[in-house]
Design a binder for this molecule. Structure first.
Ligand code: MD5
Ligand code: FE
Length: 203
């Protein structure tokens, strides 16, 4: 049963459980063509998560800023196409949350090893904030921080487990969010890591 955790934010616990193997196989295929790497922030820090993308656009960060790019800066080639199992779970989760026509053109793949985290931020690189964002958690559990529209709003802590899917739409599309430091552990399907898939309409 979908759990509303904010205005326009819906948590679908276990929604991806039946397709977890297919999703992880697709992540491996994408990573073989476009290996996950630690990006540098415009401020000159290396992110603790390892990142790659698939679909028409890929999210990148370097000294010049955060943006979507049509080519992987490591290979100079287009990003791998979005595998169908990935697209299907994103479209199904969005539909379940009331977004009937979600057509993602990018999937950001974030790999967290123990010690990795993501500080509070907003997702603002997309052109149309009325489009939802779908986030799929695989592997080790983590604590998600779900804040408000101001950085100073105290975030709620939401534990996320393997197979959980979140859909962000409406006002919470621009909420500050992040994840706490990943704790060490071993998951039967992902080993010592958490993988997050974030589906967006970039353009
Ligand atoms: C993650 N990734 O768990 C998260 C999942 C990122 C990122 O934040 O930018 O790579 S996406 C969670 C999200 C997206 C858009 C809005 C909100 C949360 N929100 O309103 O809380 O690796
Ligand atoms: Fe984000």
């Amino acid at each position: 049963t979908p759990l509303p955790i904010g205005d326009g934010a819906l948590l679908l616990r276990g929604f991806a459980l039946g397709v977890d193997d297919a999703l992880l196989e697709a992540v491996d295929a994408v990573s073989a063509e476009a290996p996950a790497r630690r990006l540098c922030t415009p401020g000159g820090h290396r992110m603790s998560v390892e990142t790659t993308s698939c679909g028409r656009w890929g999210w990148v960060s370097d000294a010049a800023g955060y943006r979507y790019a049509e080519c992987d800066p490591v290979s100079g080639r287009a990003w791998p196409a979005m595998p169908e199992p990935l697209r299907r779970i994103a479209v199904a989760a969005a539909a379940r949350a009331g977004h009937a026509h979600f057509d993602p053109d990018t999937c950001l793949i974030n790999r967290y090893a123990p010690g990795a985290r993501m500080g509070l931020h907003q997702d603002r690189n997309e052109h149309d904030f009325s489009q939802p964002i779908v986030s799929v958690s695989l592997g080790l559990p983590i604590v998600f921080q779900f804040g408000g529209l101001q950085r100073s709003d105290r975030p709620q802590r939401v534990p996320l487990a393997h197979g959980d899917v979140l859909v962000w739409g409406g006002p919470t599309r621009l909420a500050f969010h992040g994840v706490l430091t990943l704790k060490a552990g071993i998951h039967p399907l992902t080993g010592a890591s958490r993988i997050n898939l974030t589906f967006r309409r970039a353009r």
